[in-house]
Design a protein around this ligand. Structure first.
Ligand code: KIV
Length: 273
């Protein structure tokens, strides 16, 4: 096979993502939190599955990503890994497991890799968590950075509005992105920042830049599975494209089942022993 031919059966690795950026092939990334959905998403050909700490919102019903624990993230990642053969599986490091404590960060990342078998971790932040990222990288654990809107800092921001619209914050984001590349991160997520800024970062870095609400000038896109499948319809930011209306499909299916049980239509003669 020539080096320019895309092989959709080959296992995705961090090196392969770099190759994809080099040949201009966009990277598709989506969240998953359990075995069954991970299997469907992997079979559809996803490049990267993110076990996001958005599990705190969409799986556990919390208002923010802050409450989810390391044990809970490991549980989700372990389930996702069992359903995945091709995609690279990246697990978010939850709030409180890496900030201001490089040794604790390393211990948490090692637990994720050892207990869940995830293949990389994602961490929110720039210069302020540099030592934690370096410590994790030293252990041979691939790290994906995350800049822009970093939901674990919602109490500092006070809002989920677009970040880095002003010059100072944009300059810091550019500097942080270069720093993350220099210390050895294999990719970066840019969340909810102006498209022009994201495009500039993607063009200046050699590692892949994956956007969410960061426009089309980056190397790939990530969405939260429940949002793009229309399971969670209460969240409708401008950047979100819905690919299905599963909440309606599920509501209709469940309503039909209830109706069939109540009317004794289910089970019928062929549905019993
Ligand atoms: O937790 C998550 O789902 C994420 C994505 C929004 C990038 O971090």
């Amino acid at each position: 096979m020539s080096t320019n031919t895309v092989d959709n059966t080959r296992k995705v690795t961090t090196a392969r993502l770099t190759e994809m950026k080099q040949r201009g092939e966009k990277i598709a990334m989506l969240t998953a939190y359990d075995y069954s959905m991970a299997k469907l998403i992997d079979e559809a050909g996803m490049d990267v599955i993110l076990v996001g700490d958005s599990a705190s919102n969409v799986m556990a019903g919390n208002l923010t990503t802050l409450p989810i624990t390391l044990d809970q993230m490991i549980y989700h990642a372990k389930s996702v890994i069992k359903g995945t053969t091709r995609a690279l599986v990246v697990c978010d490091m939850p709030f409180g497991t890496y900030q201001g404590n490089p040794i604790g960060a390393l211990e948490s990342a090692i637990r994720i890799m050892k207990e869940s078998h995830a293949e990389a971790v994602k961490i929110e932040g720039g210069a302020e968590i540099r030592e934690s990222i370096e410590r994790i990288l030293c252990a041979g654990i691939p790290v994906m950075g995350h800049l822009g809107l970093t939901p674990q800092s919602i109490n500092k921001f006070g809002t989920y509005a677009v970040r880095a619209k002003g010059e100072a914050e944009a300059e810091k984001l550019i500097a942080d992105a270069h720093m993350l590349e220099e210390i050895g991160c294999f990719a970066i997520v840019l969340e909810k920042i102006p498209a022009e800024l994201a495009k500039r970062v993607a063009s200046e870095l050699t590692i892949p830049v994956i956007g969410i609400g960061a426009g089309g000038g980056v190397d790939g896109q990530v969405l939260v599975m429940h949002d793009m499948l229309g399971i969670n319809k209460g969240f409708s930011p401008k950047f979100l494209r819905r690919y299905a209306d599963l909440s309606t499909v599920i509501n209709q299916a469940v309503s039909s089942y209830i109706e069939d049980v109540k009317t004794s239509d289910f089970p019928n003669a062929s549905e019993q022993y």
